[in-house]
Design a protein around this ligand. Structure first.
Ligand code: SF4
Length: 612
């Protein structure tokens, strides 16, 4: 008999149709809940159900699912995450991106396990969810406004400073395929172009207010478990340092390891990394810390530039990826500039990883003569060219000149300039994140087999592979990638942050215990991993139905052809034959055929309904 779900869910999804200006509530069965768990699991299933031939990611027929998880908003370590799930306008395949802060918590408190948005509003609007009331509010005054300004305007219009808001900036409105969604003044769902999907729907923002208690099956047990978990985290030797620097602590680690993307991923070592690291931030710029809901790790850093030409810039950030992509990857050693670029991207609503990646590509493309001055609006680009870099961010968000090319993302940049193929760093059309894969072949495999393209959050294997060195063969590395791809979706399905697990050794075995206390359901970690594998199969099927093939399961060409230039990993490059062996082993372990296709019978597994 199926277990009964006695907490953790409202068992309701809110669906808003912007074309019809209507909303309705869809009921969820316990069977559905236990199969897909929540967050990214719910999102992928709803996207699968909505697939149809020729679906245009920027058409009204595409949906975007906003899905926290059953643990989001509870007093557990780092339980403030929400997934946004759709079909990407940048890559054309399955897409998700997650955001922390408070937004998803408030959505849950309004009484919903997820929100599905379909259709297209006639005029620029925002969705206003006030507990059980849903309104589509037309507000054309928001047109062209930055993300942070929009939050303020909507709060003033509603007359409630506590409303939680997720919004796009001008980039999303302009259908920039690398546009992000920003919540809570600077937390971003950055990857895969979610901002453009909002823009295509004439949806400027979602505002939420919720006052309901979250359903918990055994409050006493949950409190005991979470007290223990918080204590354990705080005792970790790295905890205090993490609180001080957050993800910025990674700059030095990666540079010393020789895998810090530098000069458009040409190199893995930046000789001026000490000018853009966590210590520089701490000593000269940091004015405060911030955290997602209930998170003691508070990795958000508020920074202020006090002097110089960027004086007055204040921003939540940078995270490591932004510091790398606008620092070493562009040959910049000025931390104040990185803060300025971060603030600009946030206000315009542009993903910092994609933007830094593509701008680096442009600089190298020009330097190597692949691109001519006429291609890049007459800007004689060079490494560390701060003024031009900021101009390119603006041009991208506004689709001006060469920015109109960058705005369409890596896939279309390559279509326009195929000559850039040897120097571009992307997989499946998604710009690669800020970790070099040449010295760690497992990371290259992780990028290549990620269901959304070259994003590190699917599997981050760099640390472990470097630690194991020559002791590990191909099989251990494949196992490592699959293990990460199993573990990480569990966090996204539950609506929690993976960073305690990655950075502070927080055991994944905590989560079945939390889940049992919250829902009354025993689901061992092996069962959670099985559901996670199912999710990977489901997103693989979505991608295949969208035209993806095994040809898309390769790291960027540069990973095979250009050795790392300097630093401790100098000379490292991926051996093609070894990679071929690895990808075949990966498919085999996944239970897919030699072309990376899951068994046909799996499709039936996902034909179920929400409420049966
Ligand atoms: Fe948010 Fe950072 Fe805590 Fe994760 S570790 S929940 S990103 S504050």
């Amino acid at each position: 008999m199926e277990a009964q779900v006695r907490g953790g869910y409202f068992k309701r999804i809110l669906e808003v149709d912007l074309s019809l200006r209507k909303s309705r509530v869809l009921e969820l069965s316990d069977r559905f809940i236990l199969k897909y768990i929540g967050g990214r699991g719910f999102g992928a299933k709803l996207v699968w159900d909505n697939l149809r031939p020729g679906l245009d990611p920027l058409g009204p027929e595409n949906i975007v699912v906003v899905a926290p998880g059953p643990l989001t908003g509870l007093f557990l370590p780092a339980a403030g995450k929400t997934s946004l799930v759709s079909i990407s306008p940048a890559t054309g395949i399955y897409a998700d991106s997650n955001v922390g802060g408070m937004f998803g918590v408030e959505l849950r408190q309004a009484g919903y396990d997820a929100l599905v948005i379909r259709g297209r509003a006639e005029k620029l609007s925002y969705i206003w969810i006030d507990n059980g009331t849903v309104e589509i509010v037309v507000n054309e005054d928001l047109k062209g406004k930055g993300s942070l300004e929009t939050e303020g305007m909507i709060r003033r219009q509603i007359g409630d400073q506590m409303v939680k808001i997720a919004t796009i900036g001008p980039a999303g409105e302009n259908l920039v395929r690398i546009a992000c969604i920003t919540a809570d003044w600077g937390r971003n769902a950055g990857r895969t172009g979610m901002g453009a999907i909002f823009g295509s729907k004439n949806l400027k923002a979602i505002a939420v207010r919720g006052a309901r208690d979250l359903p918990v099956y055994d409050v006493k047990l949950l409190k005991e478990l979470s007290d223990r978990a918080f204590e354990g985290l705080k005792k970790h030797p790295y905890f205090e340092f993490w609180q001080r620097q957050g993800l910025m602590s990674v700059v030095d680690y990666l540079n010393h390891a020789g895998v810090l993307p530098t000069y458009n991923y040409r190199d893995g070592h930046f000789d001026r990394a000490d000018k853009i690291n966590g210590y520089v931030m701490e000593e000269r710029y940091k004015i405060g810390d911030t955290a997602c809901f209930g998170c003691p790790m508070s990795c958000g850093k508020i920074n202020l530039v006090k002097e110089g030409k960027y004086a007055g810039t204040v921003v939540e950030g940078p995270e490591y990826e932004t510091a790398c992509m606008f620092g070493s990857n562009l040959g910049v050693d000025n931390f104040a500039f990185i803060l300025k670029a971060n603030a600009l991207c946030d206000e315009l609503g542009v993903d910092t990883i994609s933007a830094g990646n593509l701008i680096g590509l442009l600089i190298e493309g020009y330097e190597t003569g692949i691109l001519k001055l006429a291609d890049i609006d007459g800007m004689a680009l060079h490494w560390g060219d701060e003024e031009s870099i900021l101009a390119l961010v603006e041009k991208t968000a506004r689709r001006e000149g060469v920015g109109n090319v960058l705005a369409d993302g890596a896939k279309r940049v390559l279509e326009k300039w195929p000559g850039l193929k040897p120097i571009i760093s992307e997989v499946k059309g998604l710009e690669q994140s800020a970790y070099d894969g040449r010295a760690t072949i497992s990371m290259a495999l992780a990028y290549a087999t990620s269901d959304i393209g070259a994003h590190h959050a699917r599997a981050w294997t760099v640390g472990k592979e470097l630690e194991m060195g020559a002791d590990w063969g191909i099989e251990e590395k494949v196992n490592l990638v699959i293990y990460h791809q199993q573990a990480r979706p569990v966090f996204d399905m539950l609506g929690v942050c993976r960073l305690p697990w990655i950075e502070l050794g927080f055991s994944e075995l905590h989560y079945p215990e939390f889940y049992r206390a919250v829902t009354g359901v025993s689901m061992p970690i092996e069962d959670m991993f099985r559901r996670s594998d199912d999710l990977y199969n489901l997103t693989r099927l979505i991608n295949i139905s969208r035209g993806a093939t095994s040809k898309d399961d390769y790291p960027p060409e540069r990973a095979f052809t250009l050795p790392i230039q300097t630093g401790p990993q100098a000379g490292k490059v991926i051996d093609r034959a070894q990679y071929e062996e690895m990808i075949q082993l990966y498919y085999k372990k996944r239970g897919w055929d030699k072309s990376g296709v899951p068994p046909a019978s799996l499709k039936h597994q996902f034909s179920d309904k929400l409420n049966e």
